[in-house]
Design a protein around this ligand. Structure first.
Ligand SMILES: Cc1ncc(COP(=O)(O)O)c(C=O)c1O
Length: 394
């Protein structure tokens, strides 16, 4: 059979990360390529107890169909959690739970973009979102990422040149993949530009709670008096990615469309997992839980960077993120990066090539992304030693 694949999907290729991750199913490979929470970060016992109690006391609610907007108690507890330090709701903003932030990003794109519309992104950016934007055949415009967020002059130029821009996609905290955090000044400026040019902002914040050092910065959504920011949150990095619980906060007219889009997609997110997430949020001192996670990751990132300082060639530059799960390394120009990544896998270390996160082909050809949350401490020490030796040889 000659399968007819839609135009939407025909040009999309399996992501470079997925391909590398396939190679890493081999447990002898040190996993610097993934973005998984550390094994010791999962509240497994608490989740097991909550889950058992739900199945004993409310089995039918947990196993029955539910409503698309999300489990009502969870929507309340998310609101309390997400707004405990700042206000994310203005005007007629409302919230829907979804299957990870990824689904929120997908449904919002589906509702906002026609084929050929422009989406402006940080460059590099999260590959899962880039592939969503590509699958809706949008025109992607990348704005170079700087240490304090995207380059504002180029952002304004892109807004001027692309009147069909529907939204600016930003990951303001500990960006995946660069590890950079957008400064307050740039958040305000991005908001002001979006307002001036009449476009929306999609603020994707799965890592915001994972701050190990420095001061937290207000989210763009907290400034949203005009109803132009769609905020995507997630419990993947602070409770469990396997539960697939994320959420979108958006103005009601847009959210009403997102609900219809979700009905057509999966009816509702897993209700059992939503109930577990709700009970976990209600029964846990979340600030203490998050502080515990941040202790784990602060230690891991500092182990990784100190090993890098010891073993890496001085010609390699790398970021020192204040949170999140990733480091970004720039290798010298003459290094064949794909050769480096393939050699690393052969040496039993998986890293992701920078080109996987490029908005347009041809950029980030000398960078790699490293994850420090998935590998064990021994894996970090051993893996960085191997990569360090390679940086000297390459
Ligand atoms: C920037 C960014 N946005 C969204 C997601 C998707 O997260 P979720 O597991 O909530 O779908 C990820 C996952 O790694 C991410 O890095």
């Amino acid at each position: 059979m000659n399968y007819h694949i839609s135009d939407r999907m025909a040009s999309l290729q399996p992501s470079a990360i997925r391909e590398i991750l396939k190679a890493t199913s081999d447990p002898s490979i040190i996993p610097f390529a993934a973005g998984n929470p550390a094994a010791e970060a999962f509240p497994a016992k608490e989740i097991a107890a909550i889950s058992a109690e739900i199945l004993e006391k409310e089995p039918i609610t947990a196993l029955q169909y539910s409503i698309t907007e999300g489990y009502p108690l969870l929507r309340e507890s998310i609101k309390d959690f997400a707004c405990r330090h700042e206000n994310l709701f203005h005007g007629d903003d409302a919230l829907i739970t979804c299957s990870g932030a990824q689904q929120g990003i997908e449904l919002t794109t589906k509702c906002l973009c026609n084929e050929g519309d422009t989406v402006i992104c940080e460059d590099p950016s999260f590959i899962g979102s880039l592939n969503t934007f590509r699958s809706y055949k949008t025109n992607l415009v990348g704005i170079p990422m700087e240490e304090d967020g995207m380059n504002l002059e180029l952002l304004e130029k892109a807004l001027k040149e692309n009147p069909s821009t529907r939204f600016i996609y930003v990951i303001p905290n500990f960006q995946n993949p660069s590890g950079y955090t957008t400064s307050l000044e740039k958040r305000q400026a991005i908001y002001a530009l979006a307002k001036q040019y009449g476009v929306m902002i999609m603020e994707d914040n799965p890592y915001g709670e994972l701050r190990y050092s420095g001061e937290s910065v207000p989210s763009i959504k907290s400034m949203d008096e005009e109803g132009i920011v769609v905020y995507c949150g997630s419990f993947s990095k602070i409770i469990s990615p396997g539960m697939r619980i994320g959420y979108v906060i958006a103005p009601q007219p847009l959210l009403a469309k997102i609900i219809v889009a979700k009905q057509a997609s999966d009816v509702h997110s897993n209700i059992w997992a939503q109930m577990v997430c709700d009970r976990f949020l209600r029964s846990t001192d979340m600030d203490a839980h998050i502080a515990k996670l941040n202790d784990i990751y602060r230690r891991k990132v500092s182990l990784m960077t100190s090993c890098m300082e010891e073993h890496f060639s001085k010609s390699v530059r790398f970021t020192r993120p204040e949170g999140g799960l990733f480091l970004w390394c720039d290798l010298p120009e003459q290094v064949d990066m794909m050769g480096f990544c393939n050699q690393a896998v052969q040496n039993k270390v998986a890293v992701v090539p920078g080109i996987a996160f490029a908005v347009q082909p041809g950029s980030h050809t000398h960078s790699i992304r490293l994850n420090f949350s998935t590998p064990s401490d021994e894996g970090i020490v051993r893996g960085i030693e191997i990569l360090g030796k390679m940086t000297q040889e390459f």
